[in-house]
Design a protein around this ligand. Structure first.
Ligand code: OOB
Length: 572
């Protein structure tokens, strides 16, 4: 009875709860985007059955021994969507999703879209600190986690996060020990829900129930995390309209079609494997999505050969590992047509080596969770493909390259990239203070330094934002500084990016200890782990200083710190 009441409440939700945190596009631009066919005013969840009807028996998702047809995918997504609605989750609610890549994640994502629940795309690497901060920011009412994954008990973590986030009521567990064992009896066993293939009658009943109360196309479809520059975690609300266009137009630009077999090897929480064109772009054109939980070369090569994968995305650090492993071994990569690379700078030499070793097209991608996507096109000459990061997907992407005073630079000069357009939201979600810094008149300040190649493509030459780009994972220096500042014995701290041959950059903590105290890298690691910080954000080297170098205006001189760190070969 209680469940029935909850379902009525959820089905009746107007879905406005999240809308209040979203900065809308101006009406006039919205009209332009609709007229141009970018915004189709259809919720993403509607597409699930459109795909299923167009090609019911084709394989949509493959993961190890599991293969799911488009029709089964729709039926299972609805099954889970109804379970969510029965638990009071519908339009206007958000769910933290921290599952590893696997078919269950795809079913859950589509279930969220069908139910109108906005999935908040976390990573399995995130810990208490990130989950709680983002849970509070989004007012998430549910969290989906694996059971135990890579030795970490995600269920126990979910319970701790629930205790810190007042809105969080439901814990969904996909994996061993869910719902009963280990004292987690109140958890929902997601795997048994996704595994269950409903009867034809149930499929019809679920479908009509969900179709009766769809989300609005301007509602939040998906929340993505920002790599951000300031300590407070920021999320980006992507609407059904803008994210559908993001994936559809990407698939078109990248030549995805029904023959595409796309391997999701990067964590699906990232915009790149999720919708650039990624999982959603592949499903839109009737291709097959293959998933692996880790991008290790052996697993990836095995899967490429077994599934005849045609396309895959990687960050430079991952791609370099694949290239080295392919050189050392003799994997069967004959099915591969396209390897996309982006997320951090990819050197020209690395590009040439990748093309030679992999024997297929390597496409540079410059994108961001905040929106703008640039792809090198197939028609671009080889020197452009090697040396540029592509151009935007939409003629309605507006770009400005500006100097520190905000004036546009001369053609060919570098400056900060500002952008606005049909799939670049006009503000962070519920973050008025940060929006004042990051957005002006809807222009998003990317914090990236770019220039225009003579052929028109963009070249990323550096950045102004204070982040560490660790193999494509962005770490906010400010966030880590706040955490290190609280470590016993620390008087002052600055976190900077230390160059690294493997990952591009790693976080380095520069610390001035309190008088008479010592601070070690182990102390910092221990304290941050105890605070529940994701492992990839924990500083990996330490520079101990007697005093912090300062600029003429009395700010920490990070350039001076970078020079010291770069000139040293061995740090603590
Ligand atoms: C992708 O998205 P995010 O949100 O993790 O990070 C965005 C930032 C950009 O602002 C830029 O600083 C950096 O990552 N970046 C690149 C790059 N691609 C992204 N820097 C240099 N070269 C590139 N090719 O990283 C992302 C989202 C969708 C598709 C691809 C990447």
């Amino acid at each position: 009875m209680a469940e029935h009441t909850a379902s009525i409440v959820a089905d009746d939700l107007a879905g406005t709860a999240l809308r209040t945190g979203v900065t809308p596009w101006p009406e006039e631009l919205a009209r332009t985007y609709r007229a141009a066919g970018y915004w189709r005013d259809r919720p993403l969840g509607d597409l699930v059955w459109e795909w299923a009807e167009a090609r019911p028996h084709r394989i949509a998702v493959a993961d190890g021994g599991t293969r799911i047809t488009y029709r089964e995918l729709a039926a299972r997504a609805d099954q889970v969507a109804v379970l969510l609605r029965d638990r009071g989750l519908g339009p206007g609610t958000a769910m933290l999703v921290a599952l590893p890549n696997g078919w269950e994640l795809v079913v859950l994502l589509l279930a969220c879209l069908r139910a109108g629940v906005a999935p908040v795309m976390m990573l399995p690497a995130h810990r208490d600190h990130e989950l709680a901060a983002i849970g509070l920011r989004t007012g998430a009412e549910a969290i989906a986690v694996p059971g135990t994954f890579r030795g970490h008990d995600h269920q126990a973590m979910a319970d701790r996060v629930r205790a810190e986030v007042p809105s969080l009521r439901e814990v969904l567990v996909c994996g061993d020990g869910a719902g009963g064992e280990d004292g987690h009896g109140h958890h929902v066993d997601l795997r048994s829900a996704v595994e269950h293939v409903p009867s034809a009658d149930d499929v019809e009943a679920h479908r009509s129930r969900l179709d009766a109360t769809p989300p609005e196309p301007g509602d939040v479809a998906v929340f993505l995390l920002s790599g951000g520059t300031t300590g407070l975690s920021k999320v980006i609300a992507r609407t059904h309209n803008d994210y559908e266009y993001n994936a559809r137009r990407s698939a078109e630009v990248c030549g995805f079609d029904a023959r595409t077999v796309y391997l999701a090897a990067l964590p699906a929480g990232h915009n790149f494997p999720l919708a650039s064109p990624g999982i959603l772009g592949t499903l839109m054109v009737g291709g097959t999505v293959v998933l692996v939980p880790s991008p290790s070369p052996s697993r990836v090569f095995e899967t490429i050969a077994a599934e005849r994968v045609t396309a895959v995305a990687a960050v430079p650090a991952v791609l370099s590992r694949w290239v080295a492993a392919a050189e050392a071994g003799d994997p069967d990569l004959t099915s591969l047509r396209l390897v996309q690379v982006g997320g951090s700078l990819f050197a020209k030499e690395a590009y040439r080596r990748a093309v030679n070793v992999l024997g297929c097209r390597v496409q540079q991608v410059y994108g961001m969770a905040e929106g703008l996507l640039c792809y090198v096109r197939e028609t671009d000459p080889d020197d452009v493909a090697a040396a540029t990061q592509g151009r935007p997907i939409s003629v309605h992407d507006e770009l400005r390259i500006v100097d520190p005073s905000g004036a546009e630079v001369a053609h060919g000069e570098s400056g900060e990239l500002l952008v606005r357009g049909p799939y670049t939201p006009r503000g962070y979600f519920r973050a008025p203070e940060q929006n004042r810094e990051a957005f002006t008149d809807g222009w998003y300040r990317t914090g990236d330094l770019v220039l225009r190649h003579p052929g028109g493509n963009l070249v990323v030459v550096g950045r102004t934002k204070d982040v560490v780009n660790r193999g494509g994972e962005k770490i906010s220096a400010d966030e880590i500084e706040r955490l290190v500042q609280a470590v016993d014995g620390v008087a002052e701290v600055a976190v900077i990016a230390a160059p690294d041959p493997e990952l591009g950059e790693r976080a380095c903590a520069c610390v001035v200890p309190r008088p008479g105290r010592t601070v070690t890298l182990q102390d910092i690691g221990r304290a941050l782990r105890a605070a529940g910080v994701a492992e990839f954000k924990i500083p990996e080297s330490l520079l101990v200083l007697r005093e912090m170098p300062q600029t003429s205006v009395g700010k920490t001189d990070k350039n001076a710190l970078s020079r010291i760190v770069t000139s040293r070969t061995h740090l603590a």
